[in-house]
Structure formats: structure tokens, C-alpha cells
Design a protein around this ligand. Structure first.
Ligand code: PMP
Length: 305
């Protein structure tokens, strides 16, 4: 196969059946989103946000794109804005992975850091401040923009259905983490339409607001909502699985040692939640989860220690 650009390589990621001891003879299939060219599920989002805004006429060739991001969206957006030669400023809370920030810069984006204590809300405030100062600027605002879940309906959701059908499997549970909630909402919407009996499970780190405990910081990166995502309003969410950092990082290590798979901590949490769900679901269930990115972008955070 010869492709003409990296953009043709976004999507159509592999679905892997994990060789792990799942309860009750069930199977866990994980969508390996690190196989996207920018290394995460967010490549799907970046190109969708930019192309939807261009189509609507919300942006033109002289627009500056500004976005608060934990990193993977920044890389996905920087790839997309490179395609359309758009100036890009990404506002990243200072504690997020150095590797992601390096990659954003390599793609040509400018990075502005905000204090850790202010979380994503601080990055959002700073983005708005910049947008007020810069003429012809546009904040895609992944936290509120309905283009976010839409980025996953036809792609990620449909790819899962196609792969299951090609293997004569039906789906019993969909398990995925939520940061903005876009991946979960868009994919779950498509899967619920195809499989009305589906159990849909959101994964959160301990300390997120969905945890019914006092909020606190966590090491698991990319998931943990700071308010209930607007995309969840019309969506059926059957269960929230809360996973500790220790459990998520144990699976990160186990996947490298046993399966030769490099996964980030949000993938570790997604796997932990899938294992717990297998205990609750009927025997011989098929569970699909999303592995959003690879451990390679967290090596400076000693992910394997
Ligand atoms: N995992 C990682 C590593 C991420 O970067 C993100 C995006 N913040 C997610 C999971 C969650 O994706 P979403 O924002 O679509 O909920």
C-alpha cells in the first residue's frame, strides 16, 4: 500500500483480543489508537474539528487556532492545522507529559503552559484571554463542541461494528475513559444504536468528580472529568468504574511484560475496568475497550517504575 500523506493513515486502527485471564470465559478486545500517525485517538478529533470549522466557514486560512489541551488533542490538532497551514497556539497545564509538548512543538505549534494547580480550567481561561487579544482566532473548545463526539461516530464506532461483524461477534459491553467525554459519547452512541442491549461503562480515575469522593489529583493521564461533559446529556451511561492509579499502572506494566504492548495509563485504567466488568456481566461476554495512546509518550514520567 502506498499512501500520499499521513492523513490517510488516521483511523482503521487494529482491534486486539487480549490474552489475559478474563473472568467467566469472557473476552476483552481493545482498539489500539496508538496506531494513528500522531500516536493517539485524538488524531481523529483534530482533523474533524478543523475540517468541520472550515466547512462551516468558522475559520479561514488566516485564522489562529487556540486550544486548551492535555496534549494528545494538541498533537492531533497540530497535525490537522499543519495540513491547512494554520497558525496554532496550544495551552497546556505545566504538569502534562513533556513528550507530548515536544511533539506539538515539532509539528509547528506554539505552546503556552499554565499552572498545575489551575487544572484544565486554568488552560481554558488562558485560551479565552488569548482569543480576546488575537484577531481572527478560533477556539475549537473540545470540552463543549459537538464536533468532538461526532469525530468518533462514523470512524471509531463504525470500525468496531465492522470488525465484530466480520468475526461473527456481538457486543455486550463498551468500556472507555472520559476526559472531555467525546470519545466515549461518540462511540457509545453508534454502538448503542447497533446493540440496544449494550452495557456502556465510563472509566474514571480515583479523585474525579464522578467518583462521589473528595476530588484529588491523580497520575492517570488524559481521563478524569472536571465537570459532567455536555455530551453525556442525552446518552445512556450504565455505570462509572473508578480505578486507582496503582491498578491502572499495574496493567500498564503487565501489558508490556506479557503482551508486548506499550499502553498509557488511561489504557491501563480502561483494561482494569473491563476486567471488573467481566466479573459482573454474564459468562462469555464480549467487551470492547479503547486504548487511547502508548506509554512511549510518558517515559519521562517513569511509567514503568
Ligand atoms: N486517554 C488519553 C491518554 C487522552 O489524552 C484522552 C483525551 N484527554 C482520553 C483518554 C479521553 O478522551 P476524551 O477527551 O475523548 O474523553
Amino acid at each position: 500500500m502506498i499512501v500520499k500523506s499521513v492523513y490517510e493513515l488516521i483511523g482503521q486502527t487494529p482491534l486486539i483480543e487480549l490474552d489475559v485471564p478474563v473472568a467467566k470465559g469472557s473476552r476483552i478486545l481493545a482498539k489500539l489508537e496508538s496506531f494513528n500517525p500522531g500516536g493517539s485517538v485524538k488524531d481523529r478529533l483534530g482533523i474533524s474539528l478543523i475540517e468541520a470549522a472550515l466547512k462551516r466557514g468558522d475559520i479561514d486560512k488566516d485564522t489562529t487556532i487556540i486550544e486548551p489541551t492535555a496534549g494528545n488533542t494538541g498533537i492531533g490538532l497540530a497535525l490537522a492545522t499543519q495540513k491547512y497551514h494554520l497558525k496554532t497556539i496550544l495551552v497546556v497545564p505545566e504538569h502534562f507529559s513533556a513528550e507530548k509538548q515536544t511533539l506539538m512543538r515539532a509539528l509547528g505549534a506554539e505552546i503556552i503552559n499554565t499552572p498545575r494547580a489551575e487544572g484544565m480550567q486554568g488552560a481554558l481561561r488562558k485560551s479565552r484571554e488569548l482569543a480576546n487579544q488575537i484577531a481572527n482566532s478560533y477556539i475549537p473548545n473540545q470540552f463543549e463542541n459537538s464536533d468532538n463526539p461526532d469525530a468518533y461516530t462514523r470512524g471509531l464506532g463504525q470500525e468496531i461494528i465492522d470488525d465484530l461483524q466480520a468475526n461473527n461477534l456481538k457486543l455486550d459491553a463498551f468500556v472507555a475513559g472520559a476526559g472531555t467525554g467525546g470519545t466515549f459519547a461518540g462511540t457509545a452512541e453508534t454502538l448503542q444504536a447497533e446493540y440496544p442491549e449494550l452495557t456502556s461503562v465510563v472509566v474514571q480515575p480515583e479523585g474525579s468528580i464522578l467518583d462521589n469522593q473528595p476530588e484529588h489529583p491523580h497520575r492517570t493521564e488524559g481521563i478524569g472529568v472536571e465537570k459532567v461533559p455536555p455530551f453525556f446529556k442525552k446518552l445512556k451511561v450504565d455505570e462509572v468504574q473508578t480505578i486507582s492509579d496503582d491498578e491502572a499502572f499495574n496493567y500498564v506494566k503487565q501489558m508490556a511484560q506479557d503482551q508486548g504492548l506499550f499502553i498509557g495509563s488511561s489504557s491501563g485504567a480502561a483494561l482494569a475496568a473491563s476486567m471488573h466488568m467481566a466479573e459482573k456481566l454474564p459468562a462469555n461476554s464480549t467487551i470492547v475497550t479503547i486504548f487511547p495512546d502508548s506509554s512511549e509518550r510518558y517515559l519521562s514520567e517513569n511509567i514503568y517504575d
